[in-house]
Design a protein around this ligand. Sequence first.
Ligand SMILES: *Cc1c(COP(=O)(O)O)cnc(C)c1O
Length: 230
Amino acid sequence: MDDAVKRLAAVRSDIATAAADCERPVEDVTLVAVSKTMEADIIRPVLAAGQRVFGENRVQEAKAKWPGLKADFPGVELHLIGPLQSNKVKEAVGLFDVIETVDRESLVAELLKELPKEMARSGRIPTLLVQINTGDEPQKAGVSPKDADAFIESCRARGLALAGLMCIPPADEPPSPHFALLAKIAARHQLKVLSMGMSADYREAIQLGATHVRVGSAIFGARPPGREHG
Ligand SMILES: *Cc1c(COP(=O)(O)O)cnc(C)c1O
């Protein structure tokens, strides 16, 4: 069997165990298979094995790979998990089903402009999550936790519907306090979707309420260096 397909099965089984351990229904946790940097031919067997939810971190790369794959495998749900530049919003709202990285006022303004046009064009628009920079890391995208309440309220006041929050904890710290912080901010705003947990820490994230775990290397194997969160 294909290595990625084998690893997919192992991750699914781990997710089921982690959910059972904290008495959560396994259906409450969606596996987002992070296929960034992977060629379409590597993704195909994973689609054939039934996986339908995928994450990509670059608009251009997703645009090159996914229209063809979507045509062959109906029911794909594509998540944007990397930073979104304002000049790519138009493309992104057409291509992605979920945008996990809403993180600044200028992007909100661009989304408010493009979402009605996309709705008129295709009859659907992406679900939106706000990225929170839980570790307040200067090099990382996302809204600072201290600004999160005001940002979420401002999005809503301007008419942008939000479904939840996403975070990428600092690489050199235990992730659980960051997951707990994200869950706390979400609860304060009645936001249901919590995208948190990657290959190294999705089990902890599930314990702390993750509804979506974003798992790349544990399924597809190691990526070329320098393509982590850019
Ligand atoms: C690359 C990436 C992941 C997946 O990371 P792995 O450690 O390979 O599971 C998850 N989330 C984001 C935002 C990423 O950029």
